[in-house]
Design a binder for this molecule. Structure first.
Ligand code: SOE
Length: 376
């Protein structure tokens, strides 16, 4: 009997390992710590081991975030019988190797977005997931923002009619200071791309999720405003984009304009989405994530998405007692656990992650070919 069989027959909690302990590892740790308290019907989990390269730092993080142990060798952890779920929060260049090893070992796998750094790696992950015994999911946590889950329902129910156009932006400013230091997020070999993959992947997944269809054509433009920064060994070249723009079209002809940047001075974590249909419109701003703007033909009104009847809210607080960014990760963990318990495929899938990766790649290809530019 495999460890997974043993755990899902209810004889012990599912053992979780999170690989990576910085920003995303911290967010996911918080989710695993709280999921059983807020979603009591999901299979119980045990926060078994937090994995990272620096033994002292990962030990400190493990103690702080409630893990039973820490470790430095992800391959060894994946081979353990007491680990059932492998949650990958590393830089993108490690996603494929770890996910493939974990799936081969029969584990359930959660991977932070974007799925991988390339389409080829993503395809290999989709193929491995298709023949694996464990379940697999990509962590597009914004699907668990109640207002966005409600927007998806309203669009599917035809409440804004036929969608014609979408305006989407994801703007941050943590690189607008030219003296901000080099990080792995600015190296193509580690991160795959810059604002495009990091922020654009969320936007494209939201387009796919909200519209219920995929992007089929892309026109793109990338820009690196600050080409080198201070690294630990002197000046280092930035090999990814600081900002990107795209015009996308879906299979049914919806046109979306997308803008992402890490140099939008004054914008901290501003994901805004506006969806315009033949009968109405929706608007959303992540910095006010409990609200959805809804126009049903009588003007845009603000709906406070905190009623028990709204998506995910039954698990949380009474109406008006708002949620934050961190709650999305806990709800994401709950959705994965529910899918494991019900023996169904969790969403979003690795396939959904690959679909996003293909759009990112098309935007880059379009930028590289730089369509005809007309002098004014
Ligand atoms: C980058 O700054 C980042 O942390 C992304 O990696 C996350 O996916 C996004 O949710 C917030 O911004």
């Amino acid at each position: 009997m495999s460890s997974t069989d043993h755990a899902t027959d209810g004889t012990r909690p599912l053992g979780v390992a999170v690989i990576g302990y910085s920003f995303m590892g911290k967010a996911h740790s918080n989710a695993w710590r709280n999921v059983g308290a807020f979603y009591p019907d999901v299979p119980p989990v045990r926060q078994q081991v937090l994995v990272g390269r620096d033994p002292a730092a990962v030990k400190t993080a493990a103690e702080r975030y409630g893990w039973a142990e820490s470790a430095t060798d992800w391959a060894e952890v994946i081979g353990r019988d007491d680990i059932d779920i492998v949650d990958i929060c590393t830089p993108g260049h490690l996603h494929a190797d770890i996910a493939l090893a974990a799936l081969a070992a029969g584990k359930h796998v959660l991977v932070e977005k974007p799925l991988a750094n390339t389409v080829a790696e993503s395809e290999a992950m989709v193929a491995a997931a298709a023949s694996a015994t464990g379940r697999s999911m990509i962590g597009f946590n914004y699907r668990r923002v109640p207002a966005l889950a409600l927007a998806r329902q309203l669009i599917a129910d035809g409440r804004i009619g036929q969608v014609r156009q979408v305006r989407a932006a994801y703007l941050q400013d943590w690189l607008s200071d030219e003296t901000a230091p080099m990080t792995w997020r600015l190296r193509r070999d580690e991160a795959g791309s810059g604002a495009l993959g990091d922020l654009g992947s969320h936007v494209i997944d939201q387009l796919h999720s909200l519209l219920g269809e995929r992007v089929v054509t892309a026109r793109g433009r990338l820009q690196t405003f600050v080409p080198e920064r201070d690294g630990s060994e002197g000046r280092e070249q930035v090999t990814v984009d600081d900002a990107a723009w795209a015009t996308l079209e879906t299979a049914s002809g919806v046109v979306a304009s997308v803008e992402v940047s890490r140099m939008a001075t004054g914008r901290k974590n501003g994901l805004s989405l506006e969806v315009y249909g033949s009968e109405g419109a929706l608007s959303f701003d992540l910095e006010r994530l409990n609200e959805l703007g809804v126009d049903d033909g009588t003007g845009m009104r603000r709906v406070l998405v905190t009623e028990e009847s709204h998506p995910y809210l039954a698990a949380w607080w009474p109406p008006g007692h708002t949620l934050g960014w961190d709650h999305t990760f806990t709800s994401q963990a709950a959705d994965l656990l529910t899918a494991i318990a019900n023996d169904v495929a969790p969403a979003p899938s690795f396939e959904d992650g690959l679909a996003v990766q293909r759009v990112l790649s098309a935007i880059e290809a379009s930028d590289a070919r730089s369509g005809t530019c007309v002098d004014v």
